[in-house]
Design a protein around this ligand. Structure first.
Ligand code: SAM
Length: 265
């Protein structure tokens, strides 16, 4: 889908991009095709797309599989897609409230930037059986995704990304690739699932949020809502964590081990 097509659809359907929903539609056909290739679709792969918009990524994916579900918050855009894409299920709702028992093999999204962290946390918590996730994000948000312990940006999101699997920064995307053009540069990133993703669940995400609820406090204080202080001390001992440790000092694998000790026993 190119710039002219997107403008024509917006005009004929009376669609005005809504900045409150982060609507910047991708109009660079090379980038669209590269994103679809990164999804590594083989046969009838089941795919979940969050925020299909006017269908820039949706159309080429629906040509490759009929197991495509798209979740779009905007009623007008969802209605337009329902009428025009016959080979996909279009669900009109806020993805953060979406609940589906069918879990996809591949997740793809040009993520609405205003809600990136919450969408990614939900994906890693509830859709971590997927073998591949491909995202467009704001380039400056990469610092929160690809960072390690003892950095300012380190938190639940970076830990979930690290445990889910192999992360690749694929390529930068200039603001000229969108209608309307955002102020910032974007980037396409991908994740391939590895075994360390087995620990991920919605409860694990809650556990991480609790660990980081007060960053400057000692981790054991933040865990008071999760377990008794005796259990926390015992688990710290087994995992080899200092009793004065703060959450930002622990590696992702240490969080996984601590969760197993505290919550899976
Ligand atoms: N995928 C399209 C593309 O690449 O051109 C549109 C991407 S646009 C950056 C983000 C899309 O996500 C918009 O269509 C917006 O309406 C939708 N969206 C925003 N918040 C959402 C939410 N909470 N749940 C589902 N869709 C959402």
């Amino acid at each position: 889908m190119n710039r002219e097509t997107i403008k024509e659809i917006m005009q004929s359907e009376g669609i005005l991009p809504q900045s409150k929903f982060g609507q910047n539609f991708l109009c660079d056909e090379t980038i669209i095709s590269d994103i679809v290739s990164l999804c590594e679709l083989e046969g009838e792969t089941s795919v979940l797309e969050i925020g299909p918009g006017l269908g820039s990524i949706t159309y080429p994916i629906s040509d490759k599989t009929s197991h495509l579900t798209c979740v779009e918050i905007d009623r007008g855009l969802a209605g337009y897609l329902k009428e025009n894409i016959t080979n996909a299920e279009i669900v009109n709702c806020d993805f953060l409230k979406y609940d589906c028992t069918d879990k996809p093999e591949v997740v793809v999204s040009n993520i609405p930037y205003y809600v990136m962290t919450d969408i990614m946390k939900k994906l890693f918590g509830e859709y971590s059986r997927a073998r591949k996730m491909v995202f467009m994000v704001e380039d400056e948000a990469i610092a929160r995704i690809d960072c390690g312990p003892n950095t300012k940006q380190y938190g639940p999101l970076a830990i979930l990304c690290s445990l889910y699997g192999k992360y690749t920064y694929e390529f930068k995307v200039p603001h000229t690739a969108f209608v309307p053009q955002p102020r910032t540069t974007s980037a396409v990133i991908s994740f391939s699932r590895t075994e360390s993703a087995d620990i991920l669940s919605a409860d694990f995400v809650k556990f991480l949020n609790a660990c980081f609820s007060m960053r400057r406090k000692m981790l054991k204080k933040n865990l008071a809502s999760f377990a008794s202080s005796d259990s926390v001390n015992e688990a710290f001992g087994k995992v080899g964590i200092s009793e004065n440790a703060r959450a930002e000092e622990l590696r992702p694998d240490e969080f996984a081990k601590l969760y197993v000790q505290l919550c899976n026993n």
